[in-house]
Design a binder for this molecule. Sequence first.
Ligand code: FES
Length: 290
Amino acid sequence: MKTLKAVKTLGKLEEMTALDPVVDIVRRAVRKVLRPSTAKDLLHGVPMGHPAHPFLVQLPTGAFACAVLLDAVPGTERAARVLIATGLAAVVPAVATGLTDWSDLHPQQQRVGLVHAGANVLATGCFAMSLAARLSAREGGKTWALAGLAALGGGGFLGGHLSFRLASGANHVEAVPHQVPAGWNHLALLEEIPEKEAQRRTLGLVPLMVWREGATVRVISDECSHLSGPLHEGTVSGSGLDACVRCPWHASEFSLATGEVLRGPATSPAALFQVRVSDGRVEVCLPGAG
Ligand code: FES
């Protein structure tokens, strides 16, 4: 089956550098307001273990779509007004989480994300006009709502492209357990691993980040779960159970002892390997691998 023309056009949108000046202005504004913090992590969805934005767009999308449906049912004008007002209120957290995620993406993703946001702003404006018309008993409330739904559909299509084709919110280490051999695997001799110097090694197809402190060796997947940044090129701070690595791309932080996310934008943990050292041989095992 041939790829739809619309999808091919999206490929061009990804490379449309003419959007970059606007992307730059918006990204700088968002980053100025949202410094790395617990509040920013909440907006990314770090405590939930996956992005908060897809979950929060359900309410405005559903409310707006239902309002348009009710417009075809006599006697439901008041319910349609309530739904549109609810949708408009619910846009606020959806926009906040979306902008937060968007500010830490690759340029191609940000270009598509900018147009996705533009379509949704247009949709929100249409529904606001629709509500204003309905409240003042003017004509055009239903037409504005229909236009808003069309814009919302376009925005949703772009959001799907961003999430699935461009994997902007995906867990980039999901495949790791399927790519490493099951059981214990030889990694290196202990003496081959330098102390307190992050190293990249591979196991099967999977790059690993290896960190050694004395006889203790920590091993996690080297690709950042956010967008595959090389963690071994990041900065390690702390020691022992408090040791963590900061991704060089967007500053996500992962515990080297547990693999958990200590700071977003990543929301999924690193794949954490069990390590045993015997007779100077370092072996690793990923529970659930194979
Ligand atoms: S790739 Fe974005 S934080 Fe690591």
